[in-house]
Design a protein around this ligand. Structure first.
Ligand code: M6R
Length: 617
């Protein structure tokens, strides 16, 4: 939530900052702003409610005169999206400027102290309080170094943040700090970049430092990057990392939206998730994270899966997979509920935390709680080196590549793939899954990229056409059973978050316990009905829907004869073992949500009110 970018060097700071903001816009997009240090005239600040494009239309670049600057793209927490609440914020004396991602929880206490001392505030934000708090320390001790004043202030605040701060009297200096929100420092030749992730500077340098939790850095062309701990002011020697990210991965590559690109990337992303992990010839699954901790998993009383949103849906499928193949009891919890309900956790529990971004505040807090109680934490993340990846005891990356569209697509199917690997590996190890069945399933896993390619090729055109029929609809139901109950939940979430059509996912059999009351000739119902599993039961559910004149859109296998006959629209997917059908069935549901949203004129990559990484609770 919120994107931060900053630059000091020889290039025109405005262009670097604004282009960087465009890449970070997935993190928040209700307002945007920039601050430049312009020689001889001080700070130039431009900020506005709206997108980075709106910022560009009201701001100027100073034609290369400004070589240092910062920018921000916001997802509102304190105060509505407005020009005055947009970042950067300035201190009362006009000398200190700040951009901030996160929340300062005790801002009202600090605001009261500062107000009593005569400081005034023009916005509703916690950020403006922080910048004035920094000024307060410098006012109190005029000899205090700027970065020390930042450190003093940070030692008094609670919350989660990544910040970047500039001071007019400390020319060419950027001070950054992180606690709970990510911050990367790009190291160029005579230039430095800062950003919430490496995407704004990947074309300028391949070297970066990822600031650790509780660390801050003072960055200037003269002194380089000086990293210290916020608490103890101890100097830190940073680890410099080589960036693996390529420009191609973070651009649209000819697609109209990132979401469509990411849907079409799934044959490759699943291939990348499996690469080096499924060795059919040797008859093994080789995953370092699990391999080294098999005994810990096998001895677990139970596995608790914690996640939010789409990742939680992947977790639900994980429950079906792990219970079926490894016969270990699994509980799936919303991280946001788990963290606050005083759950029973013991040292014999294994917690699997699933997160695309690896930053989600609720998931982080739930992990910390489980860790305190001695549980073993296994992280499944997409973003390498993210906070959740770091805090976990072990884990697996999904390797789906950067996911920029706010609606998760390829990360979800990659999570399902990893969970399949975990379930099969554990099942084989603890003897619940026989060798013949194991071999059959791991061989089938390898065919999934090809099958997804087939789904994309054969269904894309017809889904695009079919979607035009649902633009005026207000409600959708998604139904599935067994492994495809979570697929139904995920299909409904995809539709509602990008098209703003209300959609509910249900286990198909639950329909008659309530939702059936909604069904009439105006209600489209998506039925996920692959032939394996509870097919006969689903046939009965479809009959019940048709008896009430509901419009059925079914996702079925090629060989289907019964459900498709009763359906108004049919989407065919290749046959597979039931446990892998969610991976195949999710793809057409993503396409359908995408096209309905596009035809309704919605911004699918940046749906209203949402942000890609939810770093606040
Ligand atoms: O990064 P995470 O996987 O932890 O994010 C969890 C949810 O915020 C996320 O899946 C959200 O539901 C997406 N917008 C779904 O498309």
């Amino acid at each position: 939530m919120c994107g931060i970018v900053g630059y000091t060097g020889f290039q025109e700071a405005y262009s670097v900052v604004v282009n960087g903001l465009k890449r970070l816009e997935y993190r928040g997009y209700d307002s945007a702003g920039v601050v430049l240090e312009v020689p001889e005239s001080g700070f130039y600040i431009a900020k506005t409610k709206g997108k980075v494009a709106d910022l560009v239309s009201i701001s100027q670049s100073f034609e290369g005169k400004a070589r240092i600057g910062m920018g921000h793209t916001r997802w509102a927490t304190h105060g509505v999206p407005s020009d005055k609440n947009a970042h950067p914020h300035l201190s009362n004396n006009g000398k200190i400027s700040i951009v901030h991602n996160g929340i300062i929880e005790n801002y009202d206490t600090i605001k009261k102290i500062l107000t009593d001392k005569g400081y005034t505030f023009g916005s509703e934000t916690d950020t403006e309080v922080l910048v004035n708090f920094i000024q307060y320390f410098m006012d109190t001790d005029p000899a205090l170094d700027f970065s020390e004043a930042v450190r003093y202030a940070l030692n008094e605040v609670y919350g989660a943040y990544a910040i970047a701060v500039m001071h007019r009297d400390f020319h060419g200096e950027l001070v950054v700090a992180r606690l709970g929100s990510p911050l990367a420092i790009g190291l160029g030749e005579k230039e430095y970049f800062i950003a919430s992730d490496a995407s704004p500077f990947v074309e300028f340098t391949k070297e970066a430092i990822y600031l650790e939790e509780g660390h801050m850095a003072t960055i200037s062309l003269d002194k380089g990057v000086d990293i210290r701990t916020i608490k103890g002011n101890e100097r830190i020697t940073p680890a410099i990392q080589e960036l693996k990210l390529s420009l191609e991965e973070i651009e649209k590559g000819g697609y109209e939206h990132f979401m469509l690109k990411e849907i079409f990337e799934q044959p490759k992303s699943i291939h990348d998730t499996l690469r080096g992990r499924v060795l059919v010839d040797e008859g093994i699954i080789k995953m370092a994270g699990i391999w080294d901790h098999l005994e810990r998993f096998s001895k677990a009383d139970r596995i608790i899966i914690i996640a939010c949103g789409t990742s939680w849906h992947a977790g639900l499928t994980g429950e079906y997979l792990i219970e079926e193949y490894a016969r270990i009891p699994v509980e799936v919890e919303y991280a946001s509920e788990f963290r606050y309900r005083n759950p029973i956790i013991t040292e014999r529990d294994v917690v699997i935390a699933i997160s695309q971004s690896g930053e989600t505040a609720d998931t982080m807090a739930a992990i910390k709680l489980a860790k305190e109680k001695g549980a073993f934490i296994y992280g499944i993340c997409n973003v390498v080196d993210s906070s959740i990846a770091r805090i976990s005891d072990a884990g697996s990356y999904t390797h789906a590549g950067p996911e920029i569209g706010v609606a998760s697509t390829k990360a979800f199917t990659a999570q399902l793939t990893i969970l399949s690997l975990i379930a099969l590996k554990l099942g084989k190890h603890n003897g619940n899954l026989g060798n013949a069945e194991f071999m059959k399933l791991i061989s089938e896993l390898e065919t999934l990229p090809k099958k997804i390619e087939e789904v994309l090729e054969t269904t894309h055109g017809s889904i695009k056409e079919m979607s035009k029929n649902f633009l005026e609809v207000s409600n959708f139901l998604y139904l599935g059973r067994g492994y495809n109950f979570p697929t139904a939940l995920e299909g409904a979430l995809k539709l509602k978050e990008i098209s703003y059509i209300h959609a509910e996912g249900y286990p198909a059999a639950e329909m008659k316990h309530g939702p059936i009351a909604l069904i009439d000739e105006n209600m489209p119902i998506v039925i996920i009905a692959p032939q394996k599993g509870h097919y006969d039961k689903i046939v009965s559910n479809v009959q019940e829907i048709k008896a009430r004149k509901g419009k059925v859109i079914s996702v079925v296998n090629y060989a289907d004869s019964r459900v498709s006959k009763m359906s108004d629209y049919t989407i065919e997917i290749p046959d597979s073992s039931e446990c892998f059908s969610p991976i195949l069935a999710s793809v057409p549901l993503q396409l359908m949500a995408y096209y309905i949203a596009v035809y309704r004129g919605a911004n699918v990559d940046q749906p209203r009110n949402l942000a890609k990484s939810v770093t606040v609770e």
